[in-house]
Each structure stands twice: as C-alpha cells, then as structure tokens.
Write a protein that binds this ligand. Structure first.
Ligand SMILES: Cc1cc2nc3c(=O)[nH]c(=O)nc-3n(C[C@H](O)[C@H](O)[C@H](O)COP(=O)(O)O)c2cc1C
Ligand code: SF4
Ligand code: SF4
Length: 318
C-alpha cells in the first residue's frame, strides 16, 4: 500500500500538518511520499498510489491558485482513495467552500473521496496568535487527526455538503486576483533595515522576486503566500495594500507543541467576537472524538484496533 501527500505551503504551517499526517499513517502504509508544489513542480504520476491526500492553506475562503492550477494538470487516477486536509487560521464555515473545485475534480475523475478535514493553525496574516492559543488549536488538531485516521481505517465516509452561498462568497473574495497583478506592485523593501541576505528572493515559491541594481523587485506572479515578509530576518518587507495586516517572524510550532508550561486553555479567558468563533467548532470535534473512541473502548477493552466497520453518513461538516 502506497500513499502520497501533495501540498502547498506559504509559511510552513501546512508542512507541519503534513508531517503529522505522514507520521500517523506510517503504520498503515508501506510507503508514504510527500510532494510540495511550487512554480517549478514537475508533473507526477499518481497511478501507483492507493491513497492521495491533498493539503493546503486557505486564502480568503479559497485554495491557493498555484495549488489548484497544479492539480488541474495532473491526471487523477480513478477508483483511488482521496482525502483533503485543509488548514487555516479560523474555523468559519465560509472556509468550507475552498475545497469545492478540488472535490469537483476528484469526482470527475471517479475517485473515492473519503473525507475532508479542516485543521486550525495560527494566522500568518492579519494578527499574531498567542502561543497558548496555538497550543489549544493543536489539541483540537490532534483530535481531528485521530478522527481522520479512525475514519480512514474504518471506511467511515461523511457526506460533504455543497453550499452555493459559500461558493459565491469564495468567488467574490478571491484575494489572489489582487495578489499578483495589483498588490505586488505595492510591495516595498525598507533598505534601512534590509541586510541583502536574499532569503526572500531564494525562497519565494513563484520566483516572483528579482534583484536589479541591488534593489529587490516584485513581479506579478505573487500568490500572497507571505513567505518573503514573514521570514524576513529584519522585518523589512511591506506587503502592499495589506501592510496593516502583516505578521512577521516564525511561530515555533514544535516548541509550542512540546511545551509543558502552556496549558492550552486560552479561549476561556478570551471571549471577544473573533474568539467566539472557535468553541463551537472545537466542541463538535471533541464530541465526535469521544463518540468514536468511547465506542472503541466499549466494543473491546482489550483490543486496541477500532472495530466500527460501517459506512457512516453524518450530515455535518468538520
Ligand atoms: C492571503 C491570505 C489569506 C488568508 N485568508 C484566510 C481565510 O480566509 N481564512 C482563514 O481562516 N485563514 C486565512 N489565512 C490564514 C492562513 O490560512 C493560515 O495562517 C495558514 O495556517 C497558513 O498556512 P501556510 O503556513 O501553510 O501558508 C490567510 C492567509 C493569507 C496569507
Ligand atoms: S529577506 Fe529581508 S533582509 Fe533579506 S534580502 Fe529580503 S528584504 Fe532584505
Ligand atoms: S513575493 Fe512573497 S508573498 Fe508573493 S509569492 Fe513570493 S514569497 Fe509569496
């Protein structure tokens, strides 16, 4: 049995998720390959894989164009299993429609869509998340990952609802239309801070940054992934029209995950409008998690293998 995870990441949150998925599938698959999309990516042959997982960050209720354009060119094999593992900063249901085009492609290819899962990671644009909040999101992600593995092992397939209003919203907010042709022109480097390390230029996934006469120029291929400004060691890049939403500097995700000093109970003390979005989503996953895992304990307390072997049709989205 072979699996592949195909992903795009801007600021490496998706990569963090992909590594977790990979390690959780390790005992189920003889071989798991991981493939990252950037503008130089060559086409890959998917016919030898039994399971194909797509993973991406959500940009204004859409998947990254660079990712979808790549998938469109692939020949998706029929009768194979597919899972979508998307991730983003907040749990709004409006984000659900980001995967509609991908689901359409998989269905057209007669693939078996197992399920899709929405993981939560810190914002890389808008504002910075507190480490303890990230810890709380990781607790949610761990449960969701348990669910993903359990549902795959037990062939539990949930119906994916189509919501035309969400689809319309995704169309309207396609921020990437602005990214390359318009916003790129307003990117600026502050040369009083810049140390000419070339990190931005080397790491841009679309090779959108070039150096002319010692000045960095941003072309029109920007996908707004934020990698250049987020990882600039001197916080020297302004992100054009969205400059007030800039977040600079990496989150140390592994350190946060392993930390014993963070209790992961951030939301109980933060009840402003934005944070109110989270508890309902978290509760839904906790309930499903305890439903699956309590059931497993009841079925056979001495046997760690899940025994539920049915096709469940649960009419809600996670
Ligand atoms: C241009 C842009 C638009 C975004 N729009 C959304 C959004 O609509 N909803 C959301 O929850 N997060 C949004 N985010 C946040 C990212 O999805 C989130 O930070 C994600 O973890 C980044 O993943 P990456 O590090 O793999 O690129 C946006 C980020 C960017 C850069
Ligand atoms: S990453 Fe920042 S400091 Fe380095 S070259 Fe780019 S703008 Fe300058
Ligand atoms: S210019 Fe910056 S934000 Fe745009 S694609 Fe390149 S790294 Fe991403």
């Amino acid at each position: 049995m072979k699996a592949i995870i195909i992903y795009f990441t801007g600021t490496y949150n998706t990569l963090h998720l992909v590594n977790k998925i990979k390690s959780r599938f390790a005992d189920l698959f003889k071989e798991i390959n991981v493939f990252s999309i950037d503008s130089d990516s060559k086409s890959i042959d998917l016919h030898n894989y039994d399971l194909i997982i797509f993973s991406y960050p959500i940009y204004a209720f859409n998947m990254p164009n660079i990712f979808f354009n790549y998938i469109k060119k692939l020949k998706l094999p029929k009768s194979k299993d597919y899972i979508i593992a998307k991730q983003s900063g907040e749990p709004l249901s409006l984000n659900d429609s980001s995967s509609y085009p991908l689901i359409h492609l998989i269905k057209k290819a007669k693939g078996n869509i197992k399920n899709e899962y929405h993981f939560l990671y810190p914002y890389n644009i808008h504002f910075r998340y507190d480490d303890n909040f990230i810890k709380e999101l990781f607790n949610y992600n761990d449960k969701l990952l348990d669910i993903l593995i359990y549902e795959y092992k037990n062939n539990i397939i949930r119906k994916i609802k189509y919501n035309p209003f969400y689809a319309f919203n995704s169309f309207i907010f396609k921020i990437q239309r602005l990214g390359g042709p318009i916003n790129s022109k307003f990117y600026k480097v502050n040369y009083t801070k810049c140390i000419h390390c070339n990190k931005c230029l080397i790491n841009c996934p679309t090779k959108n940054i070039i150096l002319i006469n010692d000045k960095y120029k941003f072309n029109t291929k920007c996908v707004m992934c934020m990698r250049c400004s987020f990882y600039c060691p001197k916080d020297a890049i302004e992100i054009g029209l969205f400059k007030s939403w800039k977040v600079n500097g990496k989150y140390d995700l592994n350190k946060i995950e392993e930390s014993n000093s963070l209790d992961g109970h951030y939301l109980k003390n933060h009840t402003s409008k934005f944070f109110k979005l989270f508890p309902k989503k978290i509760k839904k996953i906790e309930d499903l998690h305890s439903k699956y895992f309590n059931l497993r304990t009841k079925v056979n307390q001495n046997d760690s293998r899940p025994r539920l072997n049915c096709r469940g049709f649960l009419f809600f989205h996670i």
